[in-house]
Structures are given as structure tokens and as C-alpha cells.
Design a protein around this ligand. Structure first.
Ligand SMILES: [Mn+2]
Length: 402
């Protein structure tokens, strides 16, 4: 690096000082993807994250819940956890993490006081959620509050929105007494819009097993400023407000996660509070791809060459089910995770439900229709029709006798 570049770097380091956070969540260490281990891919991404911490001069890495995929992680998951956290510490950042709905709060929080002495702050206790991790920069203190995943019934609340409302009231009370810049971590399904409520608000609105929480629950006040809210639970990045965001998971953990980019939010605090938020890309070790067509085309089409190393969701459109389709696809695409047979032009375009389409049909016609459906148009043979009639009449006889 030349002298001028070095000066530019150190000048930047001085001018942007303040505190830089890297908001991540949902590491889900130990998760499998359609039966495949993801540990090696996650290791690669988390070590890249540690490199980014060094390169971007990150002061604090946040992990907003679902650190592990399981309440009882396997030994290999703990090894990766330790390696990743040590790499982040070695790169110069402190770590603040909370428990999500996949974690066991008690297990993740085990030995938390000792970890804190090493710069790794693990917040899993609901009774202590208003006691912040006290960090700081040259402008003064920055309080980081970690709200562990709150099971409404266990904290005496009717819904997740109510549980977080109570938690945030406690945090606002604490923050008002301290008058520092503050950051909150939470693990929940939050939405920027109006939360639908049944009449009287008696019905819990749930999504993915979690109640929906209005993002307004995290609002600060003049007395108790909340400068940034680092959310976890959704696996793709979402911006609910300038200072209320989801970072998403570091890996794609299901074909439903449509956002192609993986990474985290770089959050800069200056003397006045939130200064800037920008996205940090992390590598995607294996992309998700959906490929559709008849098996012969999928096996030969040169246009699919750049998908060969992707995680593949294949839809095969041949009219007739193909022999050994999975094994044949795997010869070209070693990472086929899902295979679906969706024969083209066989199913009539009929928007009515199965119940509506079949209402009033005799049993023999229903069975013939089923055979046609699963055999791509081939209905029962004469012998099969005879057998079906025989079985149905004996069932009818048995029902009359009962
Ligand atoms: Mn979760």
C-alpha cells in the first residue's frame, strides 16, 4: 500500500470513528439442508465474516438469536461456534448474542459471565434484559440490550407482541435513566404495517409459530433513545425502518428464502446516534436453483451448465414418470435436493377444489380418476375395473350389515 493510500485509510479511520456494528442473525449452526450437513459451508461464510470484521474495522458483531439450530447441538456445532467466535474476537470485535426460538436459553447462556470476561456477551435471561452490555467509543457509552426469545406463556403474557411490549417498556425505563446511545437485539416476527386484529383482539395472529409484532413496539422516546434495533428470525434481509432491520441468515436454509444475497448490516453510530447503515455482502457457497423441463432436456441442455454445482430443486414435466430420475439428475447435478414430477398438459386447468370437482361422483369413478391422475392419463384396465367393482360391492355389503 502506498503512503497516500495509507493516509487515506488512517484518515477514514479517524473520521468515521464512533462505533461500527455488524448486525447478523440466525446462524442456525448444525442445521441440515435436505439431509445435507451445512457446517462446512457455514464455516466458510463465518470465517469470511471475521475477515470482513478486520477489513471494515467492525467494533461489535451482533447475533440476534437462533445461534444454534437446536436446543441440544451436536459436538461439531459447538466446535464451529467456538472457531467462528474466536476468529471474530481475533479480528478485533466484541460479540453480543441472544437466544432465539431454536436455542436453549439455559444452554446458550451457560458460562455467560466467563464468556463476557472474554468479550463475548451472551444474553439469554428475561429477568436481566434491561441490564445492557456496556460498550463505548470516544463519544461515550453505547448500551446494547439483548432480548432473548420470549415464550409468551413462560413470561406471563398472552401474545408475543405483549411480551415484547413489556420488555421494551423495561428497556425504555432503563435507557431513560442512563441517557446513553442504545441498541436492542430481539428475535421475533415483526412487521412495519398494521397488525391485523380480530374483534376484541382476543385472537392471536401467528406466523411460523410466532405472533406478529408491530415494529412500533421498538420505538424510542425523547428521554429513552433507541438508535438501532437488530432483529432476527426472518432469514432474508428486511428493512422495516432506517434503524429497525433484519439481516437474515448467513446461508440459504430453504428454497423458500428467495433473497439471493447473504450478509449483514454495517451500522455506524456517531456522537448523535445512528449515522449510516449499509449492506455487507457475504459469499454464497452454493446458490439455490430451480430447473424445470422434461428429463432429457434437463440432462442435456447446455444452458444449464452453470447450475451444475447449485442446490437444485428440479421439476420434471414428462407426461410419464421417469425411471431413476433422481439418480440420473445427480449424475449431472450432484446437489439435487428436491425433485417434483409435474406432468405437462395432463391436469385439466380447473380451479375448483378436489371436493367440488368430485362431489356426487360414484366411488368407482373417483377411483378411475385417481388412476388416470397418477398414471398420466391411463385409467383402469377391464380387469382392474372389475376388481374395483368387486371390492366396492363387498364394502357396501359390509356397511349394510354393520
Ligand atoms: Mn427463529
Amino acid at each position: 500500500m502506498g503512503r497516500r493510500a495509507q493516509e487515506a485509510v488512517s484518515e477514514r479511520a479517524v473520521s468515521v470513528r464512533g462505533m461500527r456494528l455488524l448486525h447478523t442473525s440466525d446462524w442456525h449452526i448444525g442445521r441440515t439442508f435436505h439431509g445435507h450437513s451445512t457446517l462446512a459451508a457455514l464455516r466458510c461464510v463465518l470465517l469470511e465474516l471475521a475477515d470482513a470484521v478486520r477489513r471494515e474495522h467492525v467494533d461489535v458483531v451482533l447475533v440476534a438469536g437462533d445461534v444454534f439450530d437446536s436446543a441440544t447441538p451436536a459436538a461439531a456445532a459447538f466446535e464451529l461456534f467456538e472457531e467462528a467466535v474466536l476468529a471474530i474476537r481475533a479480528a478485533g470485535a466484541a460479540v453480543v448474542m441472544t437466544s432465539g426460538n431454536h436455542d436453549s436459553a439455559a444452554r446458550l447462556g451457560h458460562q455467560a459471565p466467563f464468556a463476557a470476561a472474554g468479550g463475548v456477551h451472551v444474553r439469554t435471561r428475561a429477568d436481566a434484559l434491561d441490564a445492557p452490555v456496556e460498550l463505548g467509543d470516544e463519544h461515550g457509552a453505547v448500551d446494547v440490550y439483548g432480548i432473548p426469545f420470549l415464550e409468551p406463556l413462560l413470561v406471563g403474557e398472552r401474545s408475543h407482541a405483549a411480551a415484547l411490549g413489556t420488555a421494551m417498556d423495561r428497556i425504555r425505563t432503563a435507557a431513560a435513566g442512563r441517557a446513553n446511545r442504545s441498541v436492542v437485539l430481539a428475535h421475533c416476527f415483526a412487521t412495519a404495517g398494521v397488525v391485523p386484529q380480530a374483534a376484541g383482539g382476543e385472537r392471536d395472529i401467528t406466523a411460523g409459530g410466532l405472533d406478529i409484532v408491530p415494529a412500533s413496539v421498538f420505538a424510542g422516546t425523547d428521554a429513552a433513545r433507541i438508535d438501532y434495533v437488530a432483529l432476527g428470525h426472518l432469514h432474508s434481509r428486511v428493512r422495516l425502518a432506517e434503524g429497525v432491520r433484519y439481516a437474515g441468515a448467513p446461508l440459504h436454509y430453504s428454497f423458500g428464502e428467495t433473497s439471493p444475497m447473504r450478509g449483514g448490516w454495517l451500522v455506524d453510530l456517531d456522537a448523535a446516534g445512528l449515522a449510516e447503515v449499509r449492506w455487507l455482502d457475504l459469499p454464497v457457497p452454493r446458490r439455490l436453483s430451480e430447473i424445470t423441463g422434461d428429463l432429457a432436456r434437463l440432462l442435456e441442455d447446455p444452458a444449464l451448465a452453470d447450475r451444475e454445482q447449485d442446490w437444485i430443486q428440479a421439476v420434471i414435466t414428462d407426461a410419464v414418470r421417469q425411471q431413476d430420475a433422481m439418480a440420473r439428475l445427480r449424475a449431472r447435478f450432484p446437489f439435487v435436493a428436491r425433485l417434483e414430477h409435474r406432468p405437462e398438459g395432463v391436469r385439466p386447468a380447473d380451479a375448483r377444489s378436489y371436493g367440488d370437482r368430485t362431489a356426487g361422483l360414484p366411488d368407482a369413478a373417483l377411483i378411475a380418476g385417481f388412476l388416470e391422475h397418477v398414471r398420466a392419463g391411463a385409467g383402469p384396465s377391464d380387469a382392474e375395473a372389475e376388481l374395483v367393482a368387486e371390492v366396492l360391492s363387498s364394502v357396501a355389503a359390509a356397511e349394510r350389515a354393520a
